[in-house]
Design a protein around this ligand. Structure first.
Ligand SMILES: Nc1ncnc2c1ncn2[C@@H]1O[C@H](COP(=O)(O)OP(=O)(O)OP(=O)(O)O)[C@@H](O)[C@H]1O
Length: 377
């Protein structure tokens, strides 16, 4: 189908406004738009019409601001009712997708104890709050902490056929972990093939509901599990968690190098325990400063966010109510939400994906923003 010049111009205006809006977080503003006008004459005449925007990323907390900006900057939209739907694409991977799972995002750290699991569970909740369907898989076979952080360490997945299992559902998040299946001491002695076999079973024998993102909490390091996961599971991308000090960023660097070698895009670095903020508002940097930024610059990736060393993060994670879920209004929660939006925008706009029809592909290089103008009267 060929669009009229007039229509294309209008679409480009909307598309540029949306892309510009989501570039506020320093993300690429190069999203192209695809438009299906149900009632083109009305739209072109500037008459009132409902418009539906379909975004390839989940950014629920920003939608009111987006609509306001569109109405203010584009007079043709001033009177329109604007609906936004999320339509997260499936990332193209070398391997076939896991049934029902659109994107698999590994959360990895070089060094242990830097807060990778706390970041994974809070990221899962934050993506959900931004409108995504989310699952979490605890791939830390040797030291699973996701069951504790989700508050159900004694739960077991159900199975109807003794072959496949249903994930645990915690506040709408689908979860599975070796910690739900055996006691953690038994898992701690597993090595090599036994651990990788267990991981593959956890991934492929869980009946995941439809998920936009499956967050995989990896064990620390760059060992067997990482190689298995990278080579045998359709990973979309990885997020690296580190603390700022050199001893941690040096290990994080090895992790980034591993993903680069395996051609798995690294979305960026989350710097955890970045600073300490005292009640008076003053910040101090007990683990030094600037380590993640330097690492990010070396690898031309972004720092997705910096989280404080915070009693609230520890207490809520270790008591099974991650802070994003427990304290919706806290400043720490807003940092996790911002990280989640960046992850989602990056997956939706920078990775190769295949949700487009042939016609859409012909008219668009990138599917981050998919604008559908529809007549809903
Ligand atoms: N920003 C933070 N401020 C304070 N405590 C934190 C923070 N992030 C994580 N923690 C706490 O630090 C401890 C270790 O965190 P976590 O288990 O997430 O680390 P990890 O990197 O996954 O560890 P492992 O190497 O064992 O997998 C936990 O008690 C957690 O609640």
């Amino acid at each position: 189908m060929f669009f009229s010049r007039n229509k294309q111009e209008r679409i480009q205006e909307i598309e540029q406004a949306i892309a510009g809006f989501y570039a506020i977080d320093g993300l690429p503003a190069n999203a192209d738009a695809i438009v299906a006008l149900a009632d083109r004459e009305k739209y072109e005449a500037g008459k009132k019409q409902n418009i539906e925007i379909s975004l390839g990323f989940t950014v629920k907390s920003t939608l009111e601001a987006l609509k306001n900006k569109l109405r203010q900057s584009l007079p043709a939209l001033a009177e329109c009712k604007i609906d936004v739907v999320f339509n997260v694409p499936i990332t193209e991977a070398k391997l076939p997708p896991i049934p029902n799972v659109k994107n698999v995002i590994a959360v990895s750290s070089g060094k242990g104890g830097v807060g990778k699991s706390a970041t994974s569970v809070n990221l899962a909740y934050a993506l959900q709050k931004e409108g995504a369907r989310v699952g979490i898989l605890d791939a830390d076979i040797y030291g699973p902490s996701v069951p504790i952080m989700l508050g159900n360490p004694k739960a077991h997945p159900d199975s109807q056929d003794n072959r496949t299992m249903y994930p645990l559902m915690v506040e709408g998040i689908a979860a599975n972990s070796i910690g739900y299946l055996i006691d953690s001491e038994s898992a701690a002695i597993w090595r090599g093939p036994m651990a990788t076999k267990a991981l593959k079973q956890l991934i492929y024998e869980t009946k995941w509901p439809l998920l936009d993102y499956l967050i995989v909490d990896l064990p620390p390091g760059t060992g067997d599990i990482h190689l298995t996961l990278s080579q045998q599971v359709p990973l979309s991308a990885a997020v690296i968690v580190t603390t700022p000090q050199t001893i941690a960023t040096a290990d994080a660097k090895k992790g980034i190098a591993m993903f680069e070698k395996l051609n798995i895009p690294v979305l960026g670095i989350v710097e955890n325990m970045s600073y300490f903020e005292c009640k008076c508002g003053e910040k101090s940097y007990p683990f030094s400063q600037g380590g993640s930024l330097a690492l990010a610059e070396q690898h031309r990736i972004d720092v997705l966010g910096e989280l404080p060393l915070s009693n609230d993060i520890r207490e809520h994670a270790d008591n099974g109510k991650p802070i994003v879920n427990a304290l919706a209004e806290s400043s720490v929660t807003s940092i996790y939400l911002s990280i989640a939006r960046k992850v989602s925008i990056k997956v939706g706009t920078t990775l190769q994906s295949h949700q487009l029809t042939r016609e859409q592909k012909n008219s668009s290089a990138n599917n981050g923003v998919n604008i559908q103008v529809v007549n809903k009267e």
